[in-house]
Design a protein. Sequence first.
Length: 608
Amino acid sequence: MTAATHSTLFPRVPDSADAVLEGLDPEQRAVATALHGPVCVLAGAGTGKTRAITHRIAYGVRAGMLQPASVLAVTFTNRAAGEMRGRLRQLGAAGVQARTFHSAALRQLQYFWPKAVGGAMPRIVDRKIQLVADAAAACRIRLDRNELRDAAAEIEWSKVTRTVPSDYAAATAKHGREAPRDPAEIAQIYAMYEELKRERAVIDFEDVLLLTVGILQDRQDIAEQVRSQYQHFVVDEYQDVSPLQQRLLELWLGDRDDLCVVGDASQTIYSFTGATPDHLLDFRHRHPGATVVKLVRDYRSTPQVVHLANGLLSQARGRAADHRLELISQRPPGPEPRYTEYTDEPAEAEGAARRIRDLVAAGVPAGEIAILFRTNSQSETYEQALADAGVPYQLRGAERFFDRPEVRKAGAALRAAARFGGNDTLLEDAVDLPSQVRAVLSGEGWTGEPPAGSGAVRERWESLAALVNLAHDFAAARPDATLGDLVAELDERANAQHAPTVQGVTLASLHSAKGLEWDVVFLVGVAEGMVPITYARTDEQIEEERRLLYVGVTRAREQLSVSWALSRAPGGRPSRRPSRFLDGLRPGSTARAVEPGRSPSRKRLGRR
Ligand code: ATP
Ligand code: MG
């Protein structure tokens, strides 16, 4: 581990509120110091939005202007929430609630259920698809697996857009949404689905938000209790907020306006689930007194990566695109993005794995490399290729690290060893903290070398290796630390859900890569049919796919590799072509003329 890694894992806590502002540029500072009233930050990828709001909270807390417990920071994923809590802790502002809309709502619902409804909260249904299947069967409508998935998606969309079954047909028409079947049938299944849930006394994921909204709307006393707890709200990735989440936010706020939202309309990638950048883009109209800040300096990526990102955006159409901001890289130049064509998918995966192996051998930490793909089903090929190349990888998001069974067991073992101290024979030969940890974790299955192959054994090993690395970093930052200190640190991190970085290549979908960054990013499968995905048909859907690629490109700090395969399996017909979004941007291609109002792929896709 390098000194740089130590300082990022265990940085010095700024010694004053003003010190928190160091390391922000003037616009970011404007965000951080605007502690009251509505604030809206509109800015492109990598411009420091998340950093600005994190520092804003820390500055407010450190300056004594915000009570930690009165701040609710809403992020898009549990992982992002965990990261934010970790960063706040490093800035000396622990104790702030950072959650997703869903987890914040769930917590409130569980707390207020006995008072608002009485009894215990219903169970959250774990297999929604089965419930949709039962509903369809009860309506005597036959659906295959794909249709079931589509129907479930329509029900979800209806709920987050607050559309009741009887309005479904009209709502799809109004939103130009193509219903997967006769809208009357979907509406019927939706109504039956709701009835079955009631009968079985279960609720679904969307109900958590709907019911919380319902309670806050109906019960003034409860709404007031929530409002007296939370006085300041911060929302990251606001471009992807759904109407239902927006409603919840409004209820939390009441008639107050201490709300700070940040987002990038060009990164709207969840509109298929009912999210819309309109709330972000209309913020100033709804809050005429708002402080609006634009950030254009891109601190994340090299000029080469930024050039491609700007190129992608310049071809974008639609409302989000009208608000695009040209990014200006602040980093020294790096290599040009690489474009590689392969004959088939396994060859593509092998090619990526080989290059990654070379990068790791050349000293790039595996944790600084990511492979991003459009659909989760692409993951497996890459897992195999990485395992074959002997490269460690991680699939799971870091937020659940401390929930993993092997991590819990390892924690218990470390705690026991710390309690018995030097009396433990296991620790007799271990002179320093890292070797003590290695000795204890050897009993849990940790080995100096990773086990062969992929799968569960490998994942368990990666978790233990992450703990060993953490012990190294901790000992380097605090040379006199004992095993007991480390156990305390682990407990604190588990509480803050601040997982150590597992040293492995990240495999993630483009959707789940939102907000994250790596030194080296491999965008794989960038072919027609994948990006844009076959089922993106309307112009809006195609534009969302383009934004998804933009999100992927802007995850890279230094090196970006874009690849595609001409056929799926070895020996297959080479019928694929690279994504249209790269036309005019990758070497050797020409810009494609866009026919207004018509998606160029529609005819071809129809034949599939
Ligand atoms: P995204 O749109 O992808 O969510 P973002 O706008 O939230 O991006 P951040 O993740 O906050 O951007 O920042 C991108 C990177 O730039 C981070 O590594 C961050 O630490 C760094 N960064 C941001 N602002 C500054 C700054 N003023 N000085 C140095 N580094 C910065
Ligand atoms: Mg961000």
